[in-house]
Write a protein that binds this ligand. Structure first.
Ligand SMILES: Nc1ncnc2c1ncn2[C@@H]1O[C@H](COP(=O)(O)OP(=O)(O)OP(=O)(O)O)[C@@H](O)[C@H]1O
Ligand SMILES: [Mg+2]
Length: 237
């Protein structure tokens, strides 16, 4: 479980997050929602040790993460898929998977690659294609597969459905569902497909201007006309 308490954070001296507190329980999908520029990516980067934390604490199962460098946070079991540049486009699918498992023995790497293929069978037939030639949805699934090579406890996805067709959005979100249901991962999901994300998730956080305006049951946020209309583009009705 991830517990964030009273976090002030930003880039250098530019503060973006203000007194952010939230929880992400293990085995659950926690949706992080909010308008553009509200700090969703900054929050995920902050958990991953990529911003300056001025105050507060960020714990994974009781272990303090703030102050640690990203590679250590990764070793503690958190995988982070950034909004952009989350794979090596000049490399093939196979090379991308090998890169993300470089620290493993060959046997272990083969085993884990096999696990990735079980989740994404289509990758098996694309091993020698350059990642640049994959569709947006295929790329997202490859980068999720790459994250899984490390067998993390927590997987943080930053807008994995951005710029995808509605059908692909559903495919990728279905993968996210299976990460929880079939594999027991804890998922933090920053999303712009608000309604779909709320229907899928177990817990929701609304960030506005770097502050948490709501934390709780997704259906409560879905039915909160005021917050939904003002900040999430949900229809008036
Ligand atoms: N590296 C950076 N240096 C300085 N400011 C940044 C940096 N990255 C983001 N910001 C600023 O931090 C604020 C929050 O940005 P962030 O990317 O976290 O928002 P977001 O909620 O993820 O938005 P979006 O929905 O567009 O992805 C914005 O004002 C942005 O300009
Ligand atoms: Mg973002």
């Amino acid at each position: 479980m991830i517990t964030i308490e009273g976090v002030d954070a930003g880039y250098g001296r530019l503060q973006i997050l203000f007194s952010v507190s939230m929880k992400a329980r293990s085995g659950e999908i926690t949706a992080i929602l909010g308008p553009n520029g509200s700090g969703k990516s900054t929050l995920l980067k902050t958990i991953f040790g990529q911003t300056s934390v001025y105050n507060g604490s960020i714990k994974l199962d009781g272990v303090e993460l703030s102050g640690r460098p990203p590679h250590e946070i990764a070793r503690l079991g958190i995988a982070y898929l950034p909004q952009i540049n989350n794979l090596f486009t000049d490399l093939t699918v196979r090379e991308n998977l090998l890169m993300s498992g470089y620290m493993l023995s060959e046997e272990e790497r083969r085993k884990r690659t096999e696990e990735v293929f079980q989740l994404f069978p289509f990758l098996r037939n694309m091993l020698h294609r350059k990642a640049a030639s994959l569709s947006g949805g295929e790329r997202q699934m490859l980068s999720i597969g790459m994250a899984l090579m490390r067998r993390p406890k927590v997987i943080m996805l930053d807008e994995p459905t951005a710029n995808l067709s509605p059908k692909m959005v559903n495919t990728v979100l279905d993968v996210v569902r299976r990460l929880r249901d079939d594999h027991g991962f804890t998922v933090l999901l920053a999303e712009q497909s608000v309604v779909k994300a709320l229907r899928l998730s177990d817990h929701a956080v609304l960030l506005v201007g770097g502050r948490v305006l709501f934390e709780g049951d997704p259906s409560e946020l879905l039915n909160n006309k005021e917050l939904g209309r003002m900040y999430l583009g949900l229809g008036g009705g």
